[in-house]
Design a binder for this molecule. Structure first.
Ligand code: SF4
Length: 112
């Protein structure tokens, strides 16, 4: 009879242990899916700066409250959080000369 009780308790503990592992895994996957719904990383107003994450809703940015944000705008390459990417992709834009050749340089009389 003692052997039967020990086996029963052992299997009960095993089922409880495996059940709790399954529960934790399911909750973790659910939480990860929820966090991946936060749209801020793909938003035009996201600054990628920890001091001011969003210029429109700074208190809500990167939290679960931002899911379904009505101010979401898809990010363009001119977004603040995308400047390095923009300079790599649009080299022709960044390589534009900043001086105007139509305007003659100022005549300086330094040293004469
Ligand atoms: S406007 Fe909304 S979606 Fe965009 S960064 Fe701010 S909180 Fe996130």
């Amino acid at each position: 009879m003692t052997v039967f009780i020990c086996c029963f308790l052992t299997w009960t503990l095993m089922f409880l242990f495996l059940g709790s592992i399954g529960f934790v895994l399911r909750e973790g996957v659910h939480q990860l899916q929820r966090l991946h719904q936060i749209p801020c990383a793909d938003c035009e107003f996201f600054t990628n700066d920890y001091r001011l994450k969003c210029t429109v809703r700074p208190c809500v940015a990167c939290t679960e409250d931002a899911i379904g944000c009505t101010d979401f705008e898809p990010k363009t390459c001119f977004a603040n959080s995308c400047q390095q990417h923009c300079s790599r992709v649009h080299k022709a834009y960044t390589a534009k000369p900043i001086t105007n050749s139509a305007v003659p340089p100022l005549a300086t009389r330094i040293g004469s």
